[in-house]
Design a binder for this molecule. Structure first.
Ligand code: ARG
Length: 465
């Protein structure tokens, strides 16, 4: 047989007079990354064997032999005994090679009937990503749980709230921490929503036109645990929306982690001093003996770049791609595997970092009213007495100017001297406690409202557990 025929383990030797050049083999090979699909390719192979059997194309004995061969491969994979060989182009070819080694060519050579690597790879990748989404969701649950624990602990402690990284209005520390919970809860919801749309089996679509052997895609979909089967065989093998969408979910998680990471870095800085990092989730310096750095938070921030890059890679690869399968599609895997591996590293480290942070509520509270953060309270006090906000804003601004000129706090100036509509009665409103208590609506920063917010978040979290 000529080089490169099926006799050498390739899936497509027949029409070639000679085998591929070494450079072609190297470019074409994907086993170094698509091996991650192997367990799912075995699962999908079993379902395909069942489909062939149901269609009357495999007798009992042959079907049983194929299933036994595949389950042996599954065991070998788990033990790390089955590994890619030089001749294997991709994971699908490798599996057929091994199956033929185990059950012989007459039995092993039957499994490829009515399927193509095009519907196979699309199916395998959906199965793998559905699996990964569950694992990532569990990692997210642990991170949210850690954030909830800290937020609950500090639900009633006052802290400065910021806009433009300047003191804006007082908030509670539990509200500050709690604001990170909701993005991650949305990420959980996004992954669940993605999973619903992704649970569609491409098996039976063949190379593109469907199968001509009477294999029922609906039965195979059910066999594999998918909620539905494809509507259009060409779309089934061409669609990678589920990869791009998954990568949007992971990029969004990355962005949320980066914003949390950035705040942990700020909070742990000498200037803020709001938190102390646990030794277990910090690193030191090779030259400065005193250093304790928030590297987990910095890596969470830094790795968001590659997560966004993974999404952009796949969208760019898909753009303008003709239907149906093109080899470009093979480039979907490395970015999506990278995104999974990256988050599976970062999420547990961030959960540990958050869980072990020691907040210093007295430090956070100390600066709460600085920068005249209660100026809005003065304006609101005037509004409650019938002054239009436009004027109230002016009057409160004049009080800020007077306090600044005297180098004192708002509540230390003679309010009545600033404007006739002001008086010392406004002093009651000029406290952090009053500012917090006034915002006792749903979603507000009053301690009671924050407690309610957090208990609803906990209920939502328990539903995902
Ligand atoms: N390894 C390919 C991929 O990952 C699947 C094989 C399809 N190859 C083909 N020549 N139709 O997309």
């Amino acid at each position: 047989m000529a080089e490169g025929t099926t006799g050498e383990g390739r899936l497509w030797g027949g029409r070639f007079a000679q085998g591929p050049a070494a450079a072609m083999v190297e470019l074409s090979r994907s086993t170094h990354f698509d091996w991650a699909l192997a367990p799912f390719d075995v699962e999908q192979g079993m379902a395909h064997a069942n489909a062939l059997h149901r269609a009357g194309l495999l007798d009992e004995t042959t079907h049983a032999a194929l299933v036994a061969g595949l389950s042996q491969i599954s065991d070998e994979l788990a033990l790390g005994e089955f590994v890619p060989a030089e001749v294997d182009e991709d994971v699908h070819g490798a599996l057929e090679r091994r199956l033929v080694e185990i059950v012989g060519p007459d039995v092993g050579g039957r499994l490829r009937a009515g399927r193509s690597r095009n519907d196979q790879v699309a199916t395998d990748l959906r199965l793998l990503l559905l699996n990964a989404a569950s694992a990532l969701s569990a990692d997210l649950v642990a991170l949210i749980d850690a954030l909830l624990g800290q937020a609950e602990r500090h639900a009633g402690d006052a802290a400065p709230g910021f806009t433009h990284l300047q003191h804006a209005q007082p908030v509670t520390l539990g509200h500050e921490i709690g604001k990170h919970i909701h993005p991650f809860l949305r990420d959980l919801d996004r992954l669940a929503d993605w999973a619903r749309r992704t649970s569609v089996s491409p098996m039976g679509a063949g190379a593109l036109a469907g199968n001509g052997l009477g294999l029922d895609p609906v039965a195979t979909a059910a066999d594999l645990g998918f909620a539905a089967s494809f509507e259009n065989s060409i779309d089934a093998v061409s669609d990678r929306d589920f990869v791009a969408e998954f990568l949007f979910c992971t990029a969004m998680i990355g962005v949320h982690l980066s914003r949390l990471g950035e705040e942990i870095c700020l909070w742990a800085s000498t200037e803020f001093g709001w938190v102390a990092l646990d030794d277990a989730f910090a690193t030191g310096s090779s030259i400065m003996p005193q250093k304790k750095n928030p590297d987990s938070a910095e890596l969470a921030r830094g790795k968001s770049g590659r997560l966004i890059g993974d999404l952009v890679s796949v969208l760019t690869m898909l753009k303008s791609l003709p239907f149906a399968y093109n080899r470009d599609l093979q480039e979907d895997k490395e970015p999506v595997f990278d995104a999974i591996a990256t988050l599976r590293l970062v999420l547990p480290a961030m959960a540990g970092t958050v869980k072990t942070l020691t907040f210093r509520p007295e430090v956070a509270a100390a600066g709460t009213a600085d920068g005249h953060a209660l100026a809005t309270e003065l304006a609101d006090w005037l509004v409650r007495r019938g002054v239009p906000f436009r004027s109230a804003h002016e009057v409160s601004g004049a009080a800020v100017r007077a306090a600044d000129e005297a180098g004192v706090q708002l509540w230390e100036i003679d309010l009545g001297a600033v404007h006739p509509s002001l008086s010392d009665e406004a002093l009651d409103a000029l406290t952090v406690e009053a500012a917090l208590a006034a915002r006792d609506h749903r979603g507000g920063t009053a301690p009671q409202a924050v407690q309610e917010q957090l208990s609803r978040a906990r209920e939502t979290l328990e539903r995902y557990r």
